[in-house]
Write a new protein. Structure first.
Length: 457
């Protein structure tokens, strides 16, 4: 029995009731999408609020289904895990927190292996608003340069605060875009803030989930069946015992190069090389594979960069100069830009009739470097000449030279070469990716292997 109705104070917070939204504009109702689509739109908006205001409780329920229920004590990391997926766990995220006199940045970014094919999981807030700003996105992309392949985009949640007199928020009807009055300063700050934290990371090696790609169907082998050729050796070209070298554990002393050492491979044993391309190391409970070409490419790229900065390239003179034949247009471009190549230690001269000769190359290049390799590098630079300025061309050239001049795939390495490669990779600023963003190292654990063989479920 209802006896009385009175106004009472509500709980702290804001309650918004929306009813009969289209009662006086029914024509708008036909523009609504399906319930699922409209719910996705709602979820997107509430997700952004819940990430931005991590000190406020949020509960989202739709038609009796509760999607999330955050208290004011739930941390941003916990909210990211629920809203953006289990892959965005704390061990896969990097905390960012920095400030200067005019702006600050805080939040979390995903490690490179979490990168997506679009900006869908990149949430950026500026002064309490969601934005899709090209300066900010470009800054984040630049901070990940060298860690990601092309067309891969970083993930994360970043909250940026900046003095209000340094931005214009009235350039977009929905306030989704803004204009920075000093975009270069903003870009420099964001890039440096993220890069500083990225360089502190000692483990950016992606873990391979073999279970996802491994067939779950059972392999049925009939009883009493024979394996074809079972009387023959499984190792026709070698003694099986030699495939697992003994006493190959990498000690701390061996693992330390002349530069700074991360100790990535300390405690690992070198097992051998497979497909003449990948190096296998094991520790007590995991294995890692190293792409020898990608690793050498990263090492040489950093050497090229340091040599270019100091203008001191060690040169090896060629006993037989390399002749380079180019088209007329290519020849004209190269004659105008010889200094780009000379600045990275390539001694190249115009010989006449669209012909150039290379008399010396950087000593860090692989001995197999050939005229074809130079042409491949040059063609990529020539194609991008209209899209890039001189510094960008120079940087792209270094990347391509590091690629073409490094240890190749399908090349057998002896133990001394392997350990030298590991030492230098361990001392690299970014040992986890080649200059084009491909991983140099991947790992999988003993547990993953046991799952594959159904030893554990």
């Amino acid at each position: 029995e209802l006896r009385d109705v009175n106004e009472v104070g509500g709980r702290p917070g804001t309650t918004i009731n929306v009813k009969n939204l289209f009662f006086n504009i029914p024509a708008r109702r036909k523009f609504l999408r399906t319930k699922t689509t409209e719910n996705i739109y709602n979820l997107d908006i509430i997700t952004k609020f819940a990430l931005l205001y991590s000190d406020i409780a949020f509960n989202y329920t739709q038609e009796g289904k509760e999607y999330f229920n955050f208290t004011s004590k739930d941390s941003l990391e916990e909210r990211i895990l629920v809203l953006l997926g289990k892959s965005m766990s704390s061990e896969n995220m990097i905390k960012i927190e920095d400030k200067n006199d005019f702006m600050s940045i805080r939040g979390f970014i995903g490690k490179p292996h979490l990168a997506g094919t679009n900006y869908g999981k990149q949430y950026v807030f500026v002064n309490g608003r969601t934005v899709r700003d090209r300066v900010v996105r470009r800054s984040i992309d630049l901070a990940y340069e060298g860690y990601l392949m092309r067309n891969r985009y970083p993930t994360g949640v970043l909250d940026i605060k900046i003095k209000t007199d340094l931005i214009d928020v009235n350039i977009h009807p929905q306030k989704l875009e803004i204009r920075f009055y000093s975009p270069k300063q903003v870009q420099k700050f964001i890039v440096n803030s993220i890069k500083t934290e990225m360089k502190k990371q000692t483990d950016l090696i992606p873990t391979i989930d073999l279970i996802q790609t491994h067939s779950t169907s059972e392999t049925n082998i009939p009883e009493n069946s024979t394996v074809p050729g079972e009387q023959q050796s499984m190792f026709p070209n070698s003694n099986p015992e030699t495939l697992t070298p003994l006493n190959n554990e990498i000690s701390e002393d061996e693992n330390t190069s002349t530069g700074k050492s991360r100790g990535l491979f300390a405690g690992f044993r070198y097992l051998g090389q497979v497909f003449q391309t990948y190096l296998i190391l094991e520790s007590e409970n995991e294995m890692i594979f190293i792409d020898q070409h990608a690793a050498a490419e990263r090492i040489n790229f950093e050497k090229f960069t340091k040599y270019q900065t100091s203008h001191t390239f060690p040169i090896q003179q060629l006993l037989f100069p390399l002749d380079i034949e180019l088209s007329l247009a290519e020849s004209e471009f190269l004659k105008e830009n010889l200094n780009i190549f000379q600045n990275i230690g390539i001694q190249i001269e115009y010989y006449g009739s669209n012909t150039f000769i290379i008399t010396g190359i950087p000593i860090i290049l692989d001995p197999d470097f050939s005229p074809t390799d130079f042409k491949d590098v040059f063609e990529k630079i020539f194609i991008s000449k209209d899209k890039s300025n001189l510094p960008d061309l120079s940087k792209e050239l270094i990347k391509e030279m590091a690629c073409k001049g490094s240890i190749r795939a399908n090349r057998i390495l002896d133990r001394a070469e392997v350990f030298e490669l590991l030492r230098e990779l361990d001392a690299a600023d970014n040992p986890f990716n080649c200059p084009h963003g491909r991983p140099t190292i991947i790992r999988f654990s003993e547990k993953e292997l046991e799952k594959m063989f159904k030893r554990i479920v």
